[in-house]
Write a protein that binds this ligand. Structure first.
Ligand SMILES: *[C@@H]1O[C@H](CO)[C@@H](O)[C@H](O)[C@H]1NC(C)=O
Length: 144
């Protein structure tokens, strides 16, 4: 009985961890894992007035000398730019050698004035030529 309870807790803890995401064209990199806080359930619950941390582990398929973060919200099919600091080399160590494993981590603040809506968040990390090292989308609900 006890071991069953422990097993259930373990399974829950493990199965709640991975974020459900779709790769939307990571051509210059290969995603190993994505960790977004508040994504234990689908859609991710982005609570207003909180910080959301985004951690991406990926492999670079080329040498990277510069990179930018580009985030969009897709609201009822319309892509809306989401303001984030552009320089992705502040969120990971640059330059990056081809084949290297990269840990990228960023934080976004969910403004209290954001509307409570469901949307899809598209997160891109682009290389020096503007091509995607990483592109993923996750379903998100903005809540209280
Ligand atoms: C969010 O993060 C910023 C910068 O790291 C920090 O100054 C702020 O206090 C955080 N806010 C909350 C609600 O955690």
């Amino acid at each position: 009985m006890l071991s069953y309870a422990i097993f259930s807790v373990l399974v829950l803890a493990i199965s709640a961890t991975p974020v459900v995401y779709k790769d939307c064209g990571s051509v210059k990199g290969t995603i190993n894992s994505i960790d977004v806080s508040s994504c234990a359930t689908e859609p991710c619950q982005f609570r207003r007035g909180t910080n959301i941390s985004v951690t991406i582990n990926f492999k670079a398929n080329e040498a990277v000398t510069g990179a930018s973060t580009v985030v969009h919200g897709i609201i009822a099919g319309v892509r809306v730019p989401f303001p984030v600091p552009s320089d992705a080399c502040k969120d990971m160590a640059c330059p990056i050698a081809s084949g290297a494993s990269v840990a990228y981590s960023n934080v976004v603040y969910v403004e209290p004035v954001y509307p409570k809506i469901k949307l899809v968040v598209q997160w891109e990390v682009r290389d020096q030529a503007g091509q995607d090292l990483v592109c993923f989308v996750i379903p998100v609900e903005i809540s209280d």
